[in-house]
Design a protein. Structure first.
Length: 350
């Protein structure tokens, strides 16, 4: 359903516009620019009707804020009694959908313009959805091919390493006993490392061969385990411990779209760049909502680390993690952050 926001500082005129618009569309109102900014950041609006002269933020500045910081495809309609503030020709050049003068239009005129604006908004959103779908499909295809290519490139020298270790193992019998034990232990370490590399290569190949179609549903536990499998070697290198995830009543958890795996993996990749010592993951269901909680305990020496304030002082606004926020929001999944002196808690709700 198309949602409309009216921004008008005159009480009577604001109520008049609201009654007209509510004949066909859900409608909210704001009495000044600051209030409008707060409202539009919280809700998904399709059309915004602006006055130009507003307390606080002026109408033109509010329009620029919506276009640049919220959604450039929101339909903007101007209703003003001061044409000289922004003449109609100039406003049209700024992609204003329609320009009304106060007192010179009928309620039916406004509703007709809103109907047309609704159609344009739908066309814009459909175009954006189709373009994003094409881009995402191309990205997935490209990165899948790249990942498989890299995995195969690793696999070639890996086979040589396996052959060499096999030959070394066969030649052990020719060595003196005092050297035989030492070399045997070193070969054991090498074989374990090779096996780990082999498992990782197989995981990459299998993961990127999976064909996740739009709407396909996947178990939360599987998503968490797959993401941890990928991130564990990186976390280990950074000295971060990943504790075994705690899944409560896994059979009762709702299934999520497979795209959540990419979102969850992306989030973990961003988290391990923070100055933390371990990560714990919990999943459960309460009523109709599934919760995934990630608790990151901070390293105790962060007070001496100059990067600490930058990286965890305001984690939700930190640009290094903003990509994850956008991904989860696009998937219709809530995500929130809470920071204390010793830990950061991330809560994902779906």
């Amino acid at each position: 359903m198309t949602k409309v926001l009216i921004v008008e500082d005159e009480d009577n005129y604001r109520q008049f516009l609201k009654k007209v618009v509510e004949r066909k569309y859900p409608c909210e109102t704001a009495s000044d620019g600051y209030e409008a900014r707060k409202i539009i950041q919280k809700g998904n609006y399709d059309i915004v009707i602006h006055d130009l002269r507003l307390p606080g933020i002026q109408g033109k500045d509010l329009i620029h804020f919506i276009r640049n910081d919220i959604d450039k495809d929101i339909i903007n309609i101007v209703i003003t009694g001061y044409e000289n503030d922004w003449n109609p020709i100039e406003a049209t050049g700024e992609d204003i959908f329609y320009y009304f003068k106060k007192g010179e239009f009928k309620p039916e005129d406004l509703l007709k313009i809103l109907e047309n604006a609704e159609k344009i908004r739908k066309i814009r959103m459909d175009e954006k959805k189709n373009i994003n779908k094409l881009i995402n499909e191309e990205k997935k295809s490209y990165f899948s091919k790249l990942a498989i290519s890299i995995a195969h490139e690793i696999n070639n020298p890996l086979q040589s390493m396996m052959l060499i270790t096999h030959m070394l193992r066969e030649n052990l019998s020719e060595l003196e006993p005092k050297n035989k034990k030492s070399l045997s232990e070193e070969i054991d370490i090498l074989e374990k490392s090779i096996e780990r590399i082999k498992q990782t290569v197989e995981l990459i190949i299998n993961f990127n061969r999976d064909n996740f179609e739009e709407g396909e549903k996947t178990d939360i536990q599987w998503i968490i385990n797959q993401a941890i499998s990928f991130i564990r070697p990186i976390a280990k290198e950074k000295g971060i411990k990943i504790n075994k995830p705690v899944i409560q009543n896994s059979s009762n958890l709702r299934k999520l779209n497979s795209s959540h795996l990419f979102a969850f993996l992306y989030l973990l990749l961003e988290i391990v760049d923070f100055n933390i010592q371990d990560i714990s993951i919990f999943a459960k269901r309460e009523s109709e909502t599934c919760f995934i909680k990630i608790i990151c305990n901070l390293k105790k020496d962060t007070s001496k680390d100059t990067s600490y304030d930058r990286k965890t002082g305001d984690i939700e606004k930190d640009t290094s993690i903003s990509s994850s926020l956008k991904i989860f929001k696009k998937l219709g999944t809530g995500i929130s952050f809470k920071k204390t002196e010793d830990k950061v808690t991330i809560l994902i709700k779906h």
